[in-house]
Design a binder for this molecule. Structure first.
Ligand code: NAD
Length: 497
């Protein structure tokens, strides 16, 4: 790469200080990275589950030892408070640990039972690495989101070419450099840097899978680009999560969770609480309490602020549009309002009784704002929650466990948290992903490992079958025997309506 290659800079959202400069990589440079990754992928796959586990656990240890250093960089480059950055890193470490330790159990070779007609076969199943996985990440959780793909793809035996967000590239570089310290032999994880065009080049580079985390609008472009080579994709996209509070919920606990879920990280969380639906019987009490807790928040640029500035300035226009529209169509601003929207820091905004058709209810706002609307009962809350094209996560608060589990089943989302917000993210064995325009495919857990692997099935004959099925010299009575066997084995169940 020439030294006069075009560059871009990342800057601190708090004071505009330049954090670092990076080259805007061309499609040729992306291709070269993928070529290097192919060789590295072979070497990495050959290490086997044990060899990879040792190295991934060493990376995990390094991350744990340097977590504070990384948290400060996340804070400077992305703007979130240091404690929130540490929490994100802690969750990432737990996932890395789980993926490393469980890959062999989930993906390793095992026997499966043949059927009666194939009793003479030994049947084996295993999951092979795909090769090179391209990971494209967002800026809002610059450690947690890539680790959910990179860690699981590595554990499954793939090499990774990683394109972090142009807003948090220094964090991406830190992650890739730290991996190279533990695995210096081959470029198993490479960084590519640039904006959307560099990400687009990765989608058509011939990688074996694309794992994309970002907005729904970009997800559509990624899928269209990947279609050129029929590259499979996993898409982790936006959300408009609902938080449903039943009449018997512990109000204080629900308010606490809703507030953090809505305002934490300045609302820049894909599974942020954006819509709160509260049972009519406790609506006023809940809203009063939420409002008074929201007024206590102190957002700002400090490492210890409740939440930080908006990472991506362009988001401020969306927040303004949603808030203005909500008020214009009859919503009430209970805490803050249009005047809370500063140049980089947005004060907490609590809106109430906003018509369900407003963008503040239908579209992702991605800011420290929340809509609190009234519901008749749990069922009404579920209907309202489901009447949205997004379907990522949801939260339910109440006492009746059976009713809440039933509600969780009815919610059209990939994840649900009962009497807490987002705790599914902290259980590595659970899958992460959405439905509808929130995307498809899964990271995390066994599904997340399989997402980055190809299943292979193999049969091997143990003894010659008395009944040869696939031959032109079948016995003349073979079909008759099969017909009788079919009735005996499968034909005895009578249909009763
Ligand atoms: P974004 O879509 O603007 O960008 C994401 C990444 O895609 C960046 O690295 C960007 O450079 C790259 N990109 C842009 N154009 C591209 C193209 N044409 N081809 C390939 N790559 C391209 O999203 P963002 O603003 O960084 O992140 C915020 C969004 O991400 C929100 O919608 C949020 O809900 C979503 N998100 C989802 C999850 C999840 O797990 N579902 C997690 C975090 C964030």
């Amino acid at each position: 790469m020439s030294i006069d290659a075009p560059q871009f800079q990342t800057t601190a959202p708090s004071d505009g200080e330049v954090i670092a400069s990076f080259p805007i990589m061309t499609p040729e440079e992306v291709s070269a990275a993928v070529d290097r990754a192919r060789i590295a992928a072979h070497w990495w796959a050959e290490l086997g589950f044990d060899g990879r586990k040792t190295r991934l656990l060493a990376w995990k240890s390094l991350l744990a030892r340097r977590a504070e250093q990384l948290a400060w960089l996340v804070h400077r480059e992305g703007g979130k408070p240091v404690e929130d950055a540490l929490l994100e890193i802690a969750l990432s470490i737990e996932h890395l640990d789980w993926a490393a330790k469980n890959a062999e159990k989930i993906l390793g070779e095992r026997g499966v039972r043949p059927s009666l007609l194939t009793m003479n076969q030994r049947a084996r199943l295993w999951y092979e690495p795909m090769g090179v996985v391209g990971v494209i990440g967002p800026w809002n959780y610059p450690v947690f989101t890539p680790v959910g793909s990179v860690g699981y793809a590595l554990a499954a035996g793939n090499a990774v070419v990683f394109k972090p967000s142009e807003y948090t590239t220094a964090v991406g570089q830190w992650m890739v450099d730290s991996f190279a310290q533990v695995v210096p032999e081959q470029p198993v994880v490479q960084l590519i840097t640039g904006q959307g065009a560099t990400g687009a080049a990765l989608c058509t580079s011939g990688v074996d899978k694309i794992s994309f985390t970002g907005s729904t609008a970009t997800g559509r472009k990624v899928m269209a680009a990947a279609a050129q080579n029929l590259t499979p994709v996993v898409l982790e996209l936006g959300g408009k999560d609902a938080f449903i509070v039943d009449a018997d919920a512990n109000i204080e606990k629900a308010v606490d969770a809703a507030l953090f879920g809505a305002m934490g990280n300045a609302g820049q969380t894909c599974v942020a609480v954006e819509r709160v639906y509260v049972h009519d019987a406790i609506y006023d009490q809940f809203l009063d309490r939420l409002a008074s807790r929201a007024r206590e928040l102190h957002p700002g640029n400090e490492a210890t602020s409740s939440y930080g500035p908006m990472t991506m300035p362009a988001q401020i226009a969306t927040i303004r549009e949603h808030v203005d529209h909500a008020i214009a169509c009859g919503g009430r601003a209970i805490v803050g309002g249009p005047e809370s929207i500063g140049e980089s820091v947005v004060g907490p905004i609590v809106l109430a009784d906003v018509p369900e058709s407003c963008p503040a209810v239908t579209d992702e706002t991605f800011g420290p704002t929340v809509v609190v609307n009234r519901i008749r009962d749990l069922s009404d809350g579920i209907d309202k929650a489901n009447a949205n094209h997004y379907g990522l996560g949801a939260s339910l608060f109440g006492k009746d466990r059976k009713a809440l589990m039933e509600a969780a089943r009815r919610l059209r989302t990939g994840m649900v948290s009962i009497n807490s917000w987002v705790m599914y993210a902290g259980v590595p064995a659970l899958p992460w992903g959405g439905v509808g325009v929130s995307g498809f495919g899964r990271i995390h857990g066994p599904d997340g490992l399989r997402e980055f692997a190809r299943s292979k099935g193999v049969v091997s004959e143990r003894f010659p079958s008395p009944l040869v099925l696939t031959s032109f010299s079948r016995r003349p009575d073979t079909s008759a025997i099969i017909s009788k066997a079919l009735v005996a084995l499968h034909g005895r169940r009578k249909w009763t309506s």
